[in-house]
Design a protein around this ligand. Sequence first.
Ligand code: ATP
Ligand code: MG
Length: 401
Amino acid sequence: MYNCVICRYHEIATKGNNRNMFEKCLVENIRRQLKRAEVFCKVLRVRGRVWLEPENGGVFENSELEKIIKILPDVFGLQSFSPAVLLPVDMDEIKKCVSDVLPGKFQKHCTDGHKPGFRIRARRSNKRFPLTSKDIEIELITYAAELLGENAFTIDLDHAELTLGCEIRDEFALLYFDIIEGAGGLPVGSNPRVMTLLSGGIDSPVAAWLIMKRGSATDFITFHSSPYTPPETVDKVRGIAEKLNTFQRNGRLYSVNLAPMQKAIRDFCNERMRTVLYRRAMLRIAGILAERNDCRALVTGDALGQVASQTVINMDTINRASDLLVLRPLVGADKLETIRIAERIGTMEQSKVQVPDSCTVFAPANPSTSVPAALAELEEAKIADYGLLLEKIASEAVLEA
Ligand code: ATP
Ligand code: MG
């Protein structure tokens, strides 16, 4: 019965002069995601409204709608969407449509003589339409009672099981039942590209997703320590990057062998500072690859206080190794919140698989939670040709995907 899917956005609507760019990006992303899932339909944008229509007119098939309902919650920038009936702005047409769609929908809620709570929610942005929102609600609920019988439902304005939405816009009217939540945020690609330091853990995939949700597509860099870590360390991250790429277009994944730097740090530097020194090297190498790939910031999954390298002092010391902006979207997140997002976006399963991690190679039993930046610099100065080693390691980065 649905001949359109209406898309709603929130933050994009606040964008003033740039709104056009954000909307175009949103429409392109919806088209790309639908195409990837082999759903062929029209994605239309007219005067600040975005909606989907079947390719050849008519109504959507159920199988098509099911796919659309699965895909759209992964498109950043959408606040919500509804399968809907698109109608002329005319009360008689609207009533006719109500009489077509309401009885069937009701039947699903009325098993065993149950009387469902029901309400109409009307919105009128077309101020030339003669009825107010309240008038529309009263007229349609009266009509529904005539259609279904007085005793078919109870009016429940707060917790209705069934809500019929009616919107009167300038060019068209809409009727719909379900409002499905979207991911929110901004369309990916509407902000400059960034580079995410992706470990096989739970946090960094979520950090990458949150940054995509704010509009930046991301490339990925992962560090391994071959031969001290097995090939599975990178295989795992490759799988996670593939999953994350379902939310954006073609994020590249680089794998980098940090072992030569870790050996130098082991041989020449204070043992308790190793992890901080590894992280500083990671940021520097990631910075080199970010610049080569036109990425304007780095992203990590750091959460304040999570481990020894994420105390305020150590984060500051690590941060100072990077000239590029470092985005840490999880800095204030609770681990359980992060896990919930990882489950929702589908990276949790992969992150849970245990494989050796490059950070644990030569890791000290008792890492320092407070390494001042000046001390870290003194330790690094003990490694001859530190800068050249960084460049060499970066130049040997392997493009995995
Ligand atoms: P995660 O934080 O993803 O759960 P983790 O707990 O192993 O993984 P931490 O020790 O918390 O990682 O490291 C903090 C951040 O540093 C990670 O979120 C990630 O951005 C970066 N990082 C750590 N190890 C690596 C690695 N081997 N490759 C790429 N980035 C890494
Ligand atoms: Mg972590």
